[in-house]
Structure formats: C-alpha cells, structure tokens
Design a protein around this ligand. Structure first.
Ligand code: AP5
Ligand code: MG
Ligand code: ZN
Length: 209
C-alpha cells in the first residue's frame, strides 16, 4: 500500500507512521527526518537546509523532489511506502504524480490548539528519531530514549516563532493539497485528536484494515 500522510506540523504523522509500519509492513519515509539526519551529519544537503528548517520555512521544491524521486527508486519501496511530510506543495504533488502513484492520502484532521500543545511538549531522540512528549508520551528516564539510549532533545524548529511560521506555511502552501487530492478521490480523513491508540484505531477503520 502506497500512502501519503498529510497534515499540519505536530498533527502526529510521525507517531502514527511508527505504528502503521507494523500494520502494513512498508517503509516510513519522512522528508523532515531525512533532512534532520543530513543536518546532524553536516553533509552538503544538511548545511544547505539547516537555516531554512530552523526558521520553519520549506526547503525548495527541486531539492526535495530530487531526494524523494531517488528514495522511491529503491527496491524496498516498490510494493509500498508511507510518505510523511511529502508532498507539501502543489508543485511537489504534480512532480510526484510523474514517478509514483499513491493509493490513498491520509488527511490528519486536528485543530491548531491541539497542534500547539503537542509541539510545545515534543521531545525527539537525536539518534533514532523516535518522538516523545513530556505529558502524553514520556521516556522512562528523562532525556534518554527508551529504544536506543540516545539523547532526547527539543527540535530546533519547535521554538515558538518557528512553530508559528510552520503553521502559516502549512495553511498557505500545504492545505491546498487537501482539495487537490479530494478531487482525485484519494483523500481519507482521520480524526487525529484522540490519544495515540485512538488515532491508530481511526486510521485502521478509515483504511479498512
Ligand atoms: P517535518 O519533520 O515533516 O515536520 P512537520 O510536518 O512540521 O511535522 P512534525 O514532524 O513537526 O509533526 P508530526 O505530524 O510528525 O507529529 P509528531 O508525530 O512528531 O518537517 C520539518 C521541516 O523539514 C519542515 O518545516 C521543512 O522545513 C522541511 N521539509 C520537510 N518536508 C519537506 C517538503 N516536502 N518540502 C519542503 N520542505 C520540507 O507528534 C508531535 C508531538 O505530539 C510528539 O511529541 C508526539 O509524542 C505527540 N503526539 C503524537 N500523536 C499524539 C496523540 N495521538 N496524542 C497525544 N500526543 C501525541
Ligand atoms: Mg514528523
Ligand atoms: Zn532513540
């Protein structure tokens, strides 16, 4: 199954993807996570995108599309994938249609108040990228990842001004994709407001699994 996860920052796309990969056994591809690894490795891509991401703006379409096109050419994703955080502009969606066709687009339906609450408490493992939350999903030991022992930190783009910018960019450039995919009959709405188990159950119902 080829799925796109579409939703505002902090909607829980990465958290649901981590659960969904066990249900549908396909790789999880997060463009944000790929960029964060590149930044951590100080690769040429990482050095180019760091300031853009930290400020909450989007990386340019050309670089992002190239990255996804190369990733989707690999063997492990020929039967399916979860694309989390891509496409994020109409231009990216049009480019994607030229090299891969998604079966469904999962639209995370969630109000801004919930998004702000989730982002302000989010913590992420620097080593394996797992998401935590200081209230909803705490690691057993503060600052230490349960899965790999890595350091659990606050993402640089979770500062207040960057979050405001990300929400504005979402509304202007990404939200138009909801209608774009609805018109193609691909959109499936998932209520993303309940706790993680509730969202997993809404996702299963919405996709009939
Ligand atoms: P990206 O990493 O994709 O960030 P995002 O879209 O802003 O989304 P987030 O990762 O912030 O949120 P999420 O929906 O995954 O929520 P999470 O599961 O963590 O992109 C980062 C940046 O990279 C972009 O700003 C841009 O600069 C660049 N970029 C990436 N893709 C790009 C593209 N295609 N084009 C151009 N630029 C691109 O959950 C959030 C918190 O809530 C966590 O603490 C979690 O524990 C908690 N939580 C999750 N679900 C629940 C629940 N059900 N109940 C309670 N708490 C929950
Ligand atoms: Mg994410
Ligand atoms: Zn970890």
């Amino acid at each position: 199954m080829k799925l796109i996860f579409l939703g505002p920052p902090g909607a829980g796309k990465g958290t649901l993807a981590a659960r969904a990969v066990d249900l549908i056994t396909v790789p999880h591809i997060s463009t944000g996570a790929i960029f964060r690894s590149a930044i951590a490795a100080k690769s040429p891509l990482g050095l180019t995108v760091k300031a853009i991401i930290d400020s909450g703006k989007l990386v340019d379409d050309e670089a992002t599309v190239k990255l996804v096109r190369e990733r989707l050419a690999q063997q492990d994703v020929q039967k399916g994938y979860i694309l989390d955080g891509f496409p994020r502009t109409i231009a990216q969606a049009e480019a994607l249609a030229g090299f891969s066709k998604a079966d469904k687009v999962v639209n995370f339906d969630i109000p801004d108040t919930a998004v702000l609450e989730r982002l302000s408490g989010r913590r992420v493992c620097r080593q394996c990228g797992i998401n935590y939350h200081i209230i909803f999903n705490k690691p057993q030991k503060e600052y230490v990842c349960d899965a790999c022992g890595g350091e659990v930190y606050v993402r640089d783009d979770d500062r207040e001004e960057a979050v405001r910018k990300r929400l504005e960019v979402y509304r202007e450039q990404t939200a138009p994709l909801i209608d774009f995919y609805r018109r193609q009959g691909l959109l499936v709405d998932v209520d993303a407001q309940p706790g993680t188990e509730g969202v997993v159950s809404n996702f299963k119902k919405a996709l009939g699994i």
